[in-house]
Ligand binder design. Structure first.
Ligand SMILES: [Zn+2]
Length: 245
């Protein structure tokens, strides 16, 4: 079994403030997924409750529609995430099984293959061979998984965790427009909700740009514009349908 890469770093060193290993990458991926889930919850629920608010000023109707949308959206996000992560970890597990069999059936070829990968990365033949032998002795499967497949066998994503995380983040996002629109008096309902949603979308746009190392200003503008468009369209449709029925 291989140790957590983070624990192999010296406890004190000149580069302790730099990102290290898969652990950080993984945490960033989770944060990014959380921000995107919250963003989905905000946009879809804001669109939904604004559409209903365009048709009626009855608070109970807006609340029921919003709750139904929140639950449906959260469950659909969770199911989608579960399916996609399961599919990915199934294929990762199949690749690891194949690698494990190859290591048993043809260890010499596998050692040469691993050394070849390090030569391709720039090591000399001798050094590559030495590195490959040392890594094979330490954790053959881990070394092949990392070099050939880019997988950490000890760190496959759990589909249930992923499903739960996207359900929670969607719900947190969805609660913002839902609570804003039902707690604000009818007169200011639409305006206050639009403002609250746009502020929240500016924050999630900024956060996702920071986590993805993109340009924050563009991400904020795109995100705010997308949310504004969604609310304008559903509010317009709600108004038309509400006055026609
Ligand atoms: Zn291999």
């Amino acid at each position: 079994m291989s140790a957590d890469p983070d624990t192999l770093d010296p406890p004190v060193g000149p580069h302790d403030d730099e990102p290290h290993g898969e652990g950080l990458n993984n945490r960033l991926n989770w944060l990014r997924a959380g921000v995107l889930g919250a963003n989905d919850g905000i946009v879809s629920t804001a669109g939904l409750v604004m559409g209903v608010a365009g048709a009626t000023s009855d608070r109970t109707t807006i609340l029921v529609a919003g709750i139904a949308g929140l639950v449906a959206g959260a469950l659909s996000m969770a199911a989608g995430e579960y399916v996609s992560v399961s599919t990915q970890s199934d294929s990762e597990r199949a690749l690891l099984d194949k690698e494990r069999r190859e290591l048993v059936d043809e260890p010499a070829e596998e050692l040469a293959e691993l050394a070849g990968l390090y030569v391709a990365k720039g090591l000399s033949e001798d050094l590559a061979r030495e590195v490959a032998e040392a890594l094979t002795a330490h954790d053959a499967l881990g070394a092949h998984a990392e070099a050939e497949l880019g997988i950490d066998p000890d760190d496959l994503t759990n589909p249930w965790t992923a499903a739960w995380a996207s359900m929670v983040s969607f719900t947190v996002g969805a609660l913002l427009p839902l609570l804003t629109i039902v707690l604000t008096p009818p007169g200011g309902r639409v305006v206050v909700t639009v403002v609250a949603v746009l502020v929240a979308l500016a924050l999630t746009g900024w956060a996702s740009a920071r986590l993805g190392f993109g340009a924050p200003r563009k991400a904020v503008l795109r995100n705010v514009a997308g949310g504004l468009l969604a609310m304008a369209v559903t509010y317009g449709i709600g108004t038309v349908v509400g006055s026609a029925v």
